[in-house]
Design a protein around this ligand. Structure first.
Ligand code: ATP
Ligand code: MG
Length: 428
């Protein structure tokens, strides 16, 4: 074979440099999720296709056009998960987690697959950090999830670049009434609808509202508005949430057009978008889905969740000044001048690793020309070089050079741990 095999369209590689940003994000996510007592759950990437059809809804963008579905060797229809909520709920019901403890606060992080048109911030394999709370009916949990995501964004230093939008879409019943009214409105103007929307008129008239066809802007703008169909119970729920947000001074705006593309949502829905992107892209989105468990034949389990798009977070972070993520790939690069010092250098590195388990220590096995070794240290992005030459071995010393500030110092090898400790305390 004499050509490079291309990766699949819309699926990306993550090189070690990208992984540095990734790990930075992941560490902040995990720290905050733990602090709100969320626990990690893992479930398969592949599920039965029908799970998504029932859960997400047949007439949604995801199920209609975006799923990676295929048949296995026994002709079962399987699908690469396009989102995590459904699999998470299925997994909790199957494992009896919700029977033992009716309240669960869970998170997961992993790849999702959607057959979308690849473009900026839109991939066919992308990653989400999903956050799901089961068993809580009161709007205080809506409030807590918003506080948690807000704290994550703050810790990532990006809260000033994002905007929180909220809406309430009422109960499933409210939405049924709304759909009927939408149907009557669009039926009157059926001759103006394009083919896609004509079909949606009979399957799911709500989806006509998502149409990007300019010819239909007018009839969409004059269509009935969902908020007028929302019942008092949902409005009260929403008012309590808004009151709490105001009290604690979390900025938000209400967007009555925010409906979300999946069938399972009810009551509160929300989205964080960023104005740093040229087109409006959500970083995180979610809402309540109190009735999803029942569509799986399980008892009523109130639920709320959201998903943070990792690639979109990375795009946002990369568009900002780069001081926030680790600058160095190697913390300590150990070099030596002759092969007979190699074991001495390895032993020193082992001691350093024991004393500083989280630091990245690399011994340069290609010994020889010291100048070349320093060049290599710079190229690899090391912060400190520890040099051991024959003189250092004789004097029981080591030379330490800080490549960032171009300073150096020689000290006794028995003091190496203490010297490094001072260095890290000062600079990290
Ligand atoms: P969009 O309106 O951008 O299509 P969505 O409503 O389909 O988003 P959700 O299903 O709510 O998205 O997923 C939650 C988050 O996952 C989004 O806010 C976004 O950050 C991210 N996301 C969704 N689809 C993609 C994709 N194709 N590529 C990258 N990130 C994505
Ligand atoms: Mg989408």
């Amino acid at each position: 074979m004499n050509h490079i095999i291309q990766s699949v369209k819309g699926m990306h590689d993550y090189t070690p440099k990208k992984i540095l940003i990734w790990q930075y994000i992941e560490s902040i996510l995990k720290r905050n999720l733990t602090s709100y007592n969320y626990q990690e759950i893992r479930f398969p990437i592949i599920e039965r296709t029908e799970l998504f059809k029932y859960g997400i809804g047949n007439i949604t963008d995801i199920v209609e056009k975006e799923m990676y579905s295929f048949q296995d060797k026994k002709s079962n229809s399987l699908t690469l998960r396009p989102e995590g909520t459904i699999g998470c709920m299925r997994s909790c019901i199957k494992s009896g987690l919700l029977r033992k403890h009716s309240e669960q606060k869970l998170w997961y992080l992993g790849p999702m697959f959607r057959y979308e048109k690849p473009q900026f911030g839109r991939h066919r394999q992308f990653h989400q950090c999903g956050i799901e709370s089961f068993g809580f009916l009161d709007p205080s949990i809506d409030f807590e999830i918003i506080l948690l995501v807000q704290r994550i964004l703050k810790n990532l230093n990006i809260s000033r670049y994002v905007n929180l939008e909220l809406n309430t879409i009422g109960s499933i019943n409210d939405r049924m009434n709304y759909k009927k009214s939408l149907y009557l409105h669009f039926k009157k103007h059926e001759f103006l609808l394009d083919t896609d929307c004509k079909r949606r008129l009979y399957t799911n008239p709500l989806r006509i509202l998502d149409s990007k066809n300019n010819a239909m802007t007018e009839i969409i703008n004059t269509a009935p508005v969902l908020i007028n169909f929302v019942s008092d119970d949902s409005l009260e729920h929403f008012e309590k949430l808004c009151k709490f947000l105001k009290k604690i001074k979390i900025p938000y705006s209400i967007n009555y057009k925010l409906i979300r593309g999946l069938d399972y949502y009810n009551k509160t829905v929300f989205e964080w978008t960023s104005d740093k992107f040229t087109s409006k892209h959500a970083i995180c989105a979610g809402g309540r889905y109190d009735y999803l468990s029942q569509s799986f034949g399980a008892p009523f389990i109130p639920a709320i969740g959201c998903a943070i798009g990792i690639e979109r977070l990375i795009l946002l972070l990369e568009s900002l000044e780069k001081t926030w993520y680790p600058e160095n790939f190697i913390d300590i690069f150990v070099i030596f001048s002759h092969k007979n010092i190699e074991l001495y250098a390895i032993k020193l590195s082992e001691n350093i690793r024991t004393a500083f388990p989280c630091r990245r220590v690399q011994v340069n096995f290609s010994n020889g020309n010291i100048k070349k070794q320093f060049k290599k240290a710079n190229k690899l992005g090391a912060r400190i070089v520890l040099l051991i030459g024959t003189i250092e071995v004789q004097n029981k010393t080591v030379l330490m050079k800080d490549l960032k500030f171009n300073t150096q110092k020689t000290f006794l090898i028995i003091n190496v741990i203490q010297e490094l400790k001072w260095f890290f305390e000062k600079y990290f």
